[in-house]
Design a binder for this molecule. Structure first.
Ligand SMILES: [Zn+2]
Length: 493
């Protein structure tokens, strides 16, 4: 998940600059799962999570069992989680890290871990990066293939203001927006543990897929919307299962309205505020058309549900596994709702299923989600509209970068751009690489590349190198000259 968008523009059929937001990702490694050791005995009295659909396919994935008590009046969430973690790396791990995203400047909340247990024994975490990371020394170190069980108690003070970041974790307008409300294990790759203080703009989460079993307690008057599938077990108490997902996000509001359409076995739900019926209907229709288009072009949507949720986020929209949020302002005015919904739904393919390091290689999911949005317009409105979108959203944006003499390579980390240029370069220039590749190899090969990329990296992590490898496998040539021109270099200066 993560977030961002740019905006402004003129109207030439379609809006020009866009502000769209998103999520986190991972970096590339595709280790063979080690043999599964027996599960260690439970170390706490946490409820025993039932088997999670899909978890069997990834036996080495972390398994989270989380209890969350949501108190809107106090704007506090109290949590307890148990994580079964297998060292799926080749390296021996001396430490285990947890990301406490609420403590990052872009979230503006406060997460406090009140107790940490490893294999039932108390440990003293070391806080790093302004409290946004916890390092747990492992004694003895965890060998490749070995497992541990980690238990944490924590509280989160939820901000009541939207002045910080994207308000992805907030209690505003009656919406309890609870993204990254629990400690999350980051990706371990050739850089080691991926912990950093990401910029306030852009997506911050970079995680491997995991299996989640979450129990939520909240006032019974509230509607719960979350990643995965949730069931009300009694008034004010729900259980949710989500797998394989990179993170678990939940949102609650007292009076959400809901519309549902089932497409090819996938329940697509639109949740919106009372009085925003037209926006809620429009969001549902766009999500239906987008999911249908992307499933045909890229490969099947893997989850049973997709939730499209109106929230007060200050990003245009934000993607989470199985769920996207859309800013409330777009439900009642302007022309952005369609673009933002189509963009965020595309992230189910490019982020939720195919992971990438959203902090270091944001173009992999953002530029591709933008190009996918173009494909949505092409599928729904036809070639002429797609050409207009290409010109107005991407070609012209790139020309403006050149005219302003601020053109930059697309393939840089988020922090390299600054807030002003991140959107124009990554979101609006970036898609031109995919267009150039499509024009070079032709439609059948181009879409075979995207389908192969999706299939090869399903629930894994992609990198720029692995994308180029896929191009070479499918097209017989990586066409690195196009990559050098559009992603690694600058043009026209
Ligand atoms: Zn995006």
């Amino acid at each position: 998940m993560a977030h961002y968008l740019v905006t402004c523009c003129r109207r030439v059929g379609l809006p020009l600059w866009l502000a769209v937001l998103l999520l986190p990702a991972i970096s590339c490694r595709v280790p063979a799962p080690p043999a599964l050791p027996p599960d260690p005995a439970p170390t706490s009295d946490l409820w025993s999570p039932p088997p999670v659909a899909g978890a069997e396919a990834l036996p080495a994935a972390p398994r989270y069992a989380i209890d969350l008590v949501v108190d809107p009046l106090g704007a506090v969430v109290t949590g307890r989680q148990e994580v079964h973690y297998i060292n799926a790396e080749e390296a021996v791990l001396d430490d285990l890290y947890l990301r406490l995203f609420p403590n990052t400047p872009g979230y503006g909340a406060t997460m406090t871990v009140t107790q940490a247990l490893l294999a039932g024994q108390p440990v003293t975490p070391v806080a790093e990066l302004a409290g946004s990371a916890l390092r747990l020394p492992l004694t003895p170190p965890l060998a490749s293939g070995d497992a541990l069980t980690l238990s944490l108690d924590f509280t989160v003070a939820v901000p009541l203001s939207d002045v910080i970041g994207y308000a992805q974790l907030s209690y505003i307008d009656g919406v309890m927006a609870l993204a990254n409300v629990y400690p999350l294990i980051p990706v371990y790759d050739d850089e080691g543990w991926n912990v950093e203080l990401a910029p306030e703009y852009g997506d911050a989460v970079y995680a491997d897929v995991a299996a989640y079993a979450v129990r939520v307690s909240a006032p019974p008057t509230m509607t719960l919307v979350a990643s995965g599938a949730c069931t009300a077990v009694e008034a004010g108490e729900w259980t949710c299962q989500a797998a394989p997902v990179r993170e678990f996000a939940l949102f609650l509001r007292a009076d959400y309205r809901q519309l549902t359409r089932v497409v090819d076995g996938v329940a697509i739900n639109s949740y919106y505020y009372p009085g925003h019926e037209l926006g809620g209907q429009r969001a549902l229709q766009v999500a239906v058309d987008a999911l249908t288009t992307y499933s045909q072009l890229f490969g099947p949507y893997p989850y049973e549900e997709l939730d499209v949720v109106e929230t007060p986020t200050r990003a245009g929209g934000i993607e989470y596994p199985g769920l996207v949020v859309i800013a409330a302002q777009f439900y009642t005015a302007g022309d952005w709702l369609e673009w933002i919904v189509a963009h965020e739904v595309a992230h189910q393919w490019w982020y939720a299923v195919v992971g990438n390091d959203q902090v270091d290689e944001p173009w992999l999911d953002e530029a591709l989600a933008q190009y996918s949005t173009l494909l949505y317009y092409e599928a729904v409105y036809g070639t002429d509209t797609a050409i207009a979108v290409l010109e107005e959203q991407f070609v012209r944006a790139h020309e403006e970068l050149i005219a302003r003499r601020v053109d930059m390579p697309v393939g840089l980390p988020v922090v390299a751009y600054g807030r002003e240029l991140y959107g124009p370069v990554v979101y609006h220039k970036g898609p031109l690489y995919f267009q150039a590749l499509r024009e070079r190899v032709g439609d059948p090969t181009f879409f075979a590349i995207l389908r192969a990329y999706y299939r090869r990296h399903t629930f894994r992590i992609a990198t720029a190198d692995s994308f180029l490898t896929t191009v070479k496998i499918v097209a017989g040539d990586a066409h690195t000259d196009l990559f050098e021109k559009w992603i690694a270099g600058v043009t026209g200066q």
